[in-house]
Design a protein around this ligand. Structure first.
Ligand SMILES: [Zn+2]
Length: 250
């Protein structure tokens, strides 16, 4: 399959790169990514993926746009207040790239939504229940998952390659009873550009994974926006994790 003249112009900066080129651009065209949560992380993630030529995005969020969202959720405009986020996001993303296919789910993520045909799932959600559901289904279906979050001046992300039986999972990494485990930006506040940093990193990792390049799976990457520092930690698989320990014993 060949690129047309318009596509050559649009994606010329990818085509100039030996490790993307025409073949890589086709891989992006043929990719289908599920993005759960169209808030402060989902906005920059989907903007970059739409611009990059990802063929199909499924976006999932039950919320409507509120005025308190606008300092960080960069897809939405003042006039969007009171409208469904997924509808506003779809319009904005199609404005960026009319070739993009966008499926919208104006409901909380569910097993039915997760049964779709995705190459990658991006967790941009704001609650532990959704994160745990994504972890469980991606682990069971061996779907790659990139989970991200941010509060205050700090953000973090983790990539899980569940093709690897030895991979830890999100459940290994968090203590649900801890204040950190329950934190979200509605109750703690967040600096808008920190979400842009983490969302951009999440989109970068997504592109690398879709293009078949190595990625730091099983690592926690943490960003401190006030100090301007990144820190990486190796995630340890919890030998007692009820989700992934049984797979590792196989
Ligand atoms: Zn686990």
């Amino acid at each position: 399959m060949r690129l047309n003249g318009r596509q050559f112009a649009r994606y010329s900066r990818h085509l100039l790169m030996d490790d993307i080129g025409v073949d890589g651009q086709h891989r992006l065209f043929n990719s289908h990514v599920l993005v759960v949560g169209m808030g402060g992380l989902g906005c920059p993630v989907t903007l970059y993926l739409a611009a990059a030529g990802i063929g199909r995005l499924s976006i999932c969020d039950a919320d409507i746009v509120a005025e308190s969202n606008l300092h960080r959720q960069i897809l939405y405009r003042d006039a969007d207040c009171g409208r469904l986020k997924v509808d506003c996001a779809r319009r904005a993303l199609k404005d960026v790239n009319p070739d993009l296919m966008v499926d919208t789910h104006a409901e909380p993520v569910s097993a039915e939504i997760l049964s779709g045909d995705y190459q990658l799932v991006l967790d941009c959600s704001d609650n532990l229940a959704a994160r745990s559901l994504l972890n469980h289904h991606c682990r069971a279906r061996r779907l790659p998952l990139i989970s991200a979050s941010a509060t205050g001046w700090e953000g973090q992300l983790m990539a899980f390659d569940f093709e690897r039986q030895q991979s830890p999972c999100f459940n290994c990494s968090i203590d649900p009873s801890s204040p950190e485990g329950r934190a979200d930006c509605d109750t703690q506040g967040v600096v808008g550009p920190v979400l842009g940093v983490i969302g951009s990193q999440q989109a970068t990792m997504a592109m690398a994974m879709l293009l078949g390049y190595g990625h730091p799976h099983g690592q926690l990457q943490r960003y401190d926006g006030k100090a301007g520092q990144w820190m990486n930690f190796k995630l340890q698989a919890n030998p007692n994790c009820d989700l992934c320990a049984p797979f590792r014993r196989c």
